[in-house]
Design a protein around this ligand. Sequence first.
Ligand SMILES: [Zn+2]
Length: 446
Amino acid sequence: MVSLTLYGGVNEIGGNKILIEDRGSRIFLDFGQSFSLLDDYFVPEVYLTPRERFGLRDYFEFNLVPKLKGLYSKEAIQRTDLPYSEPEFDAVFISHAHFDHVAHLQYLHERIPVYMGEATKMIAESTEITTKNKMLPEGDIRTFRSGRRISVGGLTVTPIHVDHSVPGAYGFIVETSEGAVVYTGDFRLHGPKGVMSREFVEKAKEMEPEALIIEGTRVLPEEKRRNFSEEMVYSESKRIVSETDAFVMTMRYPKDLDRFMTFYRVAKECGRELVVSMKTAHLLIALQKDERLKLPDPRRSSVVRIYGRELRRYEGWMKELMEDAVDCSYVAENQRNVMLELDLWCLPELIDIQPKRGECIHSMSEPFEEDPISQVSDEVFCNWCKHFNLNNHQLHASGHASRGEIFEIIREINAGKILPIHTTGVELFRKEFKIENIEKGRKIEL
Ligand SMILES: [Zn+2]
């Protein structure tokens, strides 16, 4: 008997945790935390959070992670009523480096192997250093590339690259004893590497799968903001930057390096320097190891400069970067010749820079995208722009396929069973298709 159990991502964006069982073999696809997971019981803004020192104790109380024997490390469960046991799962496969797909790896039993793309591992390592967020498990991490078939017990898993708003994203084709199961991860068709997603869909179709687990982030009654293609973000940004002789500020999701490359291109073609955070510089340097990504090295680039914020204390990883960094007075003096990338929590830097006037390209929109810390109310943001005389432009290409594209792909792959995940639009799926009755933790037989 083959079964699928969704322990997260059910009627919510993110938190994907899919268990596939086939006789004695058990694997998880993704191991994330949803952005809304804690909302019913915890309010981080007022410091009401699970007590990390007690491992999973507070999570189990509210059923926020599955209480399964042989899944977690001794440390994660020693303060809970779940008895410790040797590993009873064969592997975890990670689709990409976003928080809502990896965040719970830190609790995993260290002898359960974790498979991820090479870029995903590099991104996670850099993020751990620059944000102090735990991303990777203690144990056995194995990397893959697109198309490699990986056998785990009676299952064979083939990762196929897809295009998403972070480098190194994959969907999976899992061959079971009763046919194939396809999982899309997060993906889009309109991005710069849309052909990779097409390739994934083709391969998935060929397998004539028994089940399709498909994301539905943008399966919504209506979308609040206009979505562009990456190419449109480029051309519109270029128009804005080339028409001004004043300061330009840009904002994007930290791991969205397609957007970084778009702004890099614009800066280069408009004769400006692109000034990036130390965090971004660290990530770009970490990803130099993967030359297929073709990212500029901020230590050598004539276009990229590193912005060294004035801090009371610099951590080890920052010290080296500070040697090449420019400061707020450099940006202030050269405000007509730079594009400054600023993270939301760094907005106070504008007080030191004192832009005379200028343009701001706000290049984010998904309310639940990868980084909860990237969220701030529109009103607060507009107040900052107004105060510093910056015209605000909203320009974003989503990391996710549109509702129409998702529905088209479901028809094309034509799987026996359809399981929407990573979506709040299950009812919209149901209007179009016969979908499985999914419930968190309920086993669905193939
Ligand atoms: Zn994602």
